[in-house]
Design a protein around this ligand. Sequence first.
Ligand SMILES: Nc1ncnc2c1ncn2[C@@H]1O[C@H](COP(=O)(O)OP(=O)(O)O)[C@@H](O)[C@H]1O
Ligand SMILES: O=C(O)[C@@H](O)C(=O)COP(=O)(O)O
Length: 431
Amino acid sequence: MRLGAIADDVTGACDLAGRVAEAGLPTTVLLPAPPAPGHPSPTTEHHEDVFAGGDDASACAVVALKVRTAPVGQAVDEATAAAQLLLDAGASLLYQKYCSTFDSTPAGNIGPIADALVALAGADGTVGTPATPGARRTQYEGILFADGVPLAESPMRDHPLTPMRDSSVVRLLAAQTAAPVSLVPWEAVQRGAAEVASAIGAGHTLVDALTEGDLDVIAAAILSAPRPVVAAGGAGVGTALARAAVAASGQRVDISRSQLPEVPVTGRLLLAGSASAATRAQTAAFAGERHTLDPLALATDDRALDRLRDALAARADHREPVLIGSAPEVARAQAELGAERAAALIEGALAELAAFAVHELGYSHLLVAGGETSGAVTARLGVQRLLVGQQVAPGVPWAVARSGEREIALLLKSGNFGGPGLFTDAWEVAP
Ligand SMILES: Nc1ncnc2c1ncn2[C@@H]1O[C@H](COP(=O)(O)OP(=O)(O)O)[C@@H](O)[C@H]1O
Ligand SMILES: O=C(O)[C@@H](O)C(=O)COP(=O)(O)O
């Protein structure tokens, strides 16, 4: 199987890639250059580089986009271009990777992207679930649970860009697409893949899942579906598909042995743009030097960013990790600037500080918290491919990339993932 995944944000791509690689499937992560005005992303033109391994080897290629909160038209254009690249490179199954907490708005972009991929693939519809039990995301009777509570009662209800105020993924998706949205309940999953496959219809099929075993049933149903489908979901479904491919081929790559190239430590920088509870806890637990980015200051003081550059440049030892995080107070900045402008100010500042650290100060290791944030940073650094290594936490792998002439190590962390000590512990296993 050649699994071609289109991820709506960069940390989601890394989450999927880390878990799929650990399942034993050779995995590549591609980041298209930012789209030129009026044109979808010119994804990489080297098709032979898309999938690792020989033509008949099972593999996974993930195209990491930054379209989760982009205008719908741009999201559809970029996802379609990425899917076409994957199909041209031999993808046998497309996979729409979206967030395990279904991060989206009533406008999209999960639904519009799903519709576009179905049309491109000539499929009947999508099949999958956001459920990712390894990240404590489960779905029962169409209700999505995050860390054991319904989505709309979790901290995701206060996400700065995609506040999730309904826990029903059926209702959330139905608001984003004109295609039929159907649910396969957990009891049907317990009766096996054939029953799930028989329940797959036109449009978008969301399947309940509480365990990894349920995901394996869903993967088997997708692979045995009577008509072409597009797989879709959080990282859980993709990882189950990878398990199935490894079991079928008998070929398993041991990620723990495929060491990433060593990157000499010349500077360590933490950039936390996520406002999630997990990232706030990691920030609070970090004992090193820290600086705070306030979008209101960025909007009114044109020296604010220069002062942060000066602070970085003045550091005595760049190898000691330093944290630059967004201000905890979100509501006031959004009230005064609007959510989009406040977000863009922070993302832009963190991206500029990343470029300054890497290319002016020679920093080698960056830990970035947040999907939108990671998309802004990798685009500004011109990163187009990630070599993914071992995970420091489920769904959080170190990677090595090129930025210009520099080889750097990146940990692009989903906002919700990782324990409180991650900002300190992650450096111990860095490439
Ligand atoms: N204090 C703040 N005010 C306004 N927006 C903020 C603030 N802090 C973070 N943000 C924005 O919230 C968004 C968080 O999204 P993201 O980086 O994807 O994190 P997550 O992985 O938690 O979803 C980013 O666009 C970031 O710039
Ligand atoms: O599925 C998930 O939860 C992650 O892979 C994911 O999508 C992370 O997105 P961010 O929360 O924006 O980091």
